[in-house]
Write a protein that binds this ligand. Structure first.
Ligand code: ATP
Length: 230
């Protein structure tokens, strides 16, 4: 479905990612690693915010290595960056509606689904996005991406800065969204323990290289941490 081969990217003269190869099917693939390991760079490269330097990315059998970001959203790939994915002066409902600019189903049908998944957003639909708490803001960012009716969702550290209670709620929502919509999710995270609870497979990055790619079930923290520090 989503096929990454020998991917390399970076910023200016600095190479950050090297030789990453993996496929993503109908699953939650977690991307884990220490601070600076390259998780955000990987998601930004997959979302085409950072250009592909080496290797290739294919989506549904077609090479998208040079496809611009806006075109990917039309093709069913939604990206939620770590920050800045909502318009603070617009209401929750307006932010969600903007997500429905791509896709074919009616806006109302999609809104109803997102509100069912995140009742908190329904309660605050007329409030400005800028006045939401950190956790509610993350729910809105994920909800807005789901409004695009994506088949692949790229989530960059959605739990960053959230209290444990909100992390629990958000992760439950993410797992629920995957099940009810049958979509693929690539989830970059710092919170390894929580992520293992919802991920199907885990990819560990260290210094921009891949050091582990295996099922989450049965993966011990000891083995995981060893891959972090190679
Ligand atoms: P964290 O968990 O702390 O968010 P990460 O695993 O997401 O880290 P990245 O943010 O991808 O890691 O950073 C990987 C490396 O790329 C780091 O050394 C970082 O300093 C560098 N880097 C990130 N963004 C830029 C940029 N715009 N220009 C130059 N270097 C950058």
């Amino acid at each position: 479905m989503f096929d990454v081969q020998n991917l390399g990217s970076g910023y200016g003269d600095v190479q950050i990612l090297s030789d990453l190869s993996f496929e993503v099917g109908n699953e939650i693939l977690a991307v884990l690693g220490a601070n600076g390991a390259g998780k955000t760079t990987l998601l930004s490269t997959l979302a085409k915010v950072v250009p592909v330097r080496e290797g290739s990315i294919a989506w549904q059998g077609q090479d998208v290595s040079a496809t611009p970001a806006y075109e990917l959203s039309k093709r069913g790939i939604a990206y939620v960056p770590q920050e800045g994915n909502v318009f603070p002066n617009l209401s929750v409902a307006e932010n969600l509606s903007l997500g429905a600019l791509v896709g074919t189903r009616s806006k109302q049908e999609r809104l109803d689904e997102v509100y069912a998944l995140f009742p908190r957003l329904a309660e605050r639909k007329d409030q400005t996005a800028g006045s939401l708490s950190g956790g509610e803001g993350q729910m809105l960012a994920v909800g807005r991406a789901l409004m695009q009716d994506p088949q692949l969702l790229l989530l960059d550290e959605p739990s960053a800065g959230l209290s444990p209670l909100y992390v629990d709620i958000l992760f439950e929502n993410i797992a629920q969204a995957r099940k009810s919509r049958n979509i693929s999710i690539i989830l970059a995270e710092q919170n390894a323990k929580k992520t293992l609870e919802i991920a199907d497979r885990v990819l560990v990055l260290s210094l921009g290289r891949m050091h582990l790619l295996e099922p989450a079930k049965g993966l011990s923290m000891k083995r995981l941490m060893k891959a972090y520090h190679i």
